[in-house]
Design a protein around this ligand. Sequence first.
Ligand SMILES: *[C@@H]1O[C@H](CO)[C@@H](O)[C@H](O)[C@H]1NC(C)=O
Ligand SMILES: *[C@@H]1O[C@H](CO)[C@@H](O)[C@H](O)[C@H]1NC(C)=O
Ligand SMILES: *[C@@H]1O[C@H](CO)[C@@H](O)[C@H](O)[C@H]1NC(C)=O
Ligand SMILES: *[C@@H]1O[C@H](CO)[C@@H](O)[C@H](O)[C@H]1NC(C)=O
Length: 260
Amino acid sequence: MSSWLLLYIIVLALASSSTAYTISDCSALVSFYQAMTVNTKWTTSTGWVTTDDCCSWYGVTCSYSTRNGTGFGPWVSALQLPNNQLSGYLPSSFSLLSRLERLDLSHNKVKGDISVLLQMKASSVCIDTATSQIPDTVFESACNSDLNCLGGVCSVVGGLKEIRLSDNMLNGTIGEEISNLFKTLTILDLSANELTGPIPAMIGTLTQLVELNLYYNQLRLSNSSGPIPEMIGMLVKLKYLNVAFNLLNGTLPSQNLPPV
Ligand SMILES: *[C@@H]1O[C@H](CO)[C@@H](O)[C@H](O)[C@H]1NC(C)=O
Ligand SMILES: *[C@@H]1O[C@H](CO)[C@@H](O)[C@H](O)[C@H]1NC(C)=O
Ligand SMILES: *[C@@H]1O[C@H](CO)[C@@H](O)[C@H](O)[C@H]1NC(C)=O
Ligand SMILES: *[C@@H]1O[C@H](CO)[C@@H](O)[C@H](O)[C@H]1NC(C)=O
């Protein structure tokens, strides 16, 4: 091997280890891309997995924050790939995108169940105010108060705000863990999928929810078709509700219903 080649390899290794971007977020996106291109090619895939900086890839938005002049991030805050020929199962590693706020994969062929998304809740983490350039480790440790965040501040990050998955091939049930997203979720659009089982009662805990679209699935209450859970009536901010074309029957609970 020539010494030039060796030098080239060392330079490459140094260059890739010093990337300024959130490495765990980018590698979660690489797994997502591999899972969603098994038998298909995306309509648009500019940048995907060909450069280290996933913030520049098509459909990816990153955020950055500053507190008192100290910068944190960037991290992946939105993934928007509607109508782009995605096909495959959501990998479990998707939940590593722990600071994702907006997800739009509408009009694709995303399969599997949505349980991985229901884990992506807001978390309290220690932000180290002494370092400005450590996008991954900044968010590592959990905290309950500034007292167990010595040298840093306790801050809430992430939590899915918008889930748009209309017109895919998702199956399985909507778990009661949906309540994990109670602090943040404003839009839940799972219309035109193959979801089964009951609408979970815990849906009533999503106090920030503005839009709930479960149109055209096979949802029901318990084992027989039945009424829409009373708890939907507790969604005080709800402005749009569509549960048509399911196996539900009965009347809507009357509390706080949005005007039809
Ligand atoms: C930011 O600075 C202000 C005033 O200097 C201080 O009161 C506040 O605690 C600081 N906030 C953080 C998060 O360090
Ligand atoms: C979801 O669909 C897959 C096939 O695409 C199947 O293997 C799996 O059993 C289904 N899951 C449920 C809960 O129906
Ligand atoms: C649904 O039906 C199955 C089998 O018929 C039964 O084992 C299960 O306990 C039922 N679940 C509920 C919530 O009634
Ligand atoms: C809903 O469907 C169930 C099972 O078919 C039936 O027993 C019940 O009477 C129906 N309720 C209403 C309000 O139509």
